[in-house]
Design a protein around this ligand. Structure first.
Ligand code: PSU
Ligand code: MN
Length: 304
């Protein structure tokens, strides 16, 4: 498997000596935000990781290679081509790699590649989950299965209410994935700090996050850990407004018969359209916030 992997010089050097590294995903660049804000954000997030004392490893598939650590040109390429780049989840990897093709990695695929590279901490915006209506569509993101099997800590701002948050938590419980609230008892809902659902545990420091992850792995439990970090108060959105936009987006996707891998990108883009630029600003700020926490947690894990 290592033959398929290509690390940037900075990532390789850091991993070799045990310095902290933070994985970052690329579907958020290609499918999660419009150009050029996607590229600007990806570069700012990398800088935030560096400022907080870790090496950023943005992950994607380029010409069939599983890459950890991208150049600014590679990030520009992913951002500029946007949805024309294949959104690559676990099931997409075999054919993309065999063809020498490109792919933007989802949370699931980023976890796979991070683990292969030896990276334990990964920061993103929101994860995929159980979609509303999944009891008939069976639309459940491969991100949840990956959290159940791959030993990477994923730091996000919770999940968007485009999903069924209650069912998403049930699924994670079944898979044995600890859901941690960073400084909160409540699951944050991406744009808002609250959702009405409780997390499993509240943890207040990067050191305790690191200790819990270390215990999970040393006991041989395997699987990942989900850390949900609420959006900073000053950037959080009005729940009534954002939830109205989300309900509208879900109704539109049903009317249009959107399904499969198109569902999440459609909903993300539609919510953005319906809320103007505000949701994009919130999105950018929460990713930066997660990147900083991930860097501090990776540093705590490296300090043992
Ligand atoms: N949710 C967001 N922003 C995102 C995604 C989800 O708020 O960018 C992306 C992530 O890459 C995630 C993927 O892993 O969508 C999930 O897609 P699906 O639901 O098709 O598994
Ligand atoms: Mn799906």
């Amino acid at each position: 498997m290592k033959d398929y992997l290509e690390l940037s010089p900075a990532v390789k050097a850091a991993l070799l000596v045990g310095d902290p590294v933070v994985a970052l995903e690329s579907t958020i660049i290609s499918h999660g935000m419009p150009y050029p804000q996607n590229v600007e954000t990806a570069l700012r997030v990398e800088e935030a990781v560096r400022q907080a004392g870790a090496v950023p490893a943005t992950i994607c598939v380029i010409k069939g290679k599983l890459k950890a650590g991208l150049t600014a040109d590679e990030i520009e390429y992913l951002g500029k081509n946007g949805p024309a780049v294949t959104k690559a989840s676990r099931r997409d990897l075999p054919v993309l790699v065999a063809r020498g093709a490109d792919g933007a990695t989802t949370v699931a695929t980023t976890m796979i590649i991070a683990h292969l590279a030896g990276i334990q901490v990964f920061a993103t915006g929101g994860i995929g989950g159980v979609h509303r209506g999944a009891e008939t569509t069976m639309d459940i993101s491969a991100d949840l299965e990956e959290l159940g099997r791959t030993p990477v800590m994923v730091i996000c701002a919770g999940a968007k209410a485009i999903l069924d948050l209650g069912l998403t938590l049930e699924y994670l419980e079944t898979k044995g994935v600890p859901v941690i609230g960073y400084g909160t008892e409540e699951l944050p809902a991406f744009y808002t700090r609250t959702s009405g659902f409780r997390v499993d545990y509240r943890i207040d420091t990067p050191e305790e996050l690191a200790a819990a992850f270390r215990a999970q792995q040393e006991m041989g439990l395997g699987g990942g850990m989900l850390v949900t970090n609420p959006i900073p108060e000053e950037y959080s959105m009005d729940p009534v407004r954002i939830n109205a936009a989300i309900d509208q987006a879900v109704a539109d996707s049903r009317r249009l018969g959107i399904h499969g891998k198109e569902t999440t990108p459609y909903l993300l883009a539609r919510v953005k359209e319906l809320t103007g630029g505000d949701s994009l600003d919130a999105n950018i700020q929460l990713v930066l916030n997660n990147a900083r926490l991930a860097a501090r947690t990776a540093a705590a894990l490296a300090r043992r």
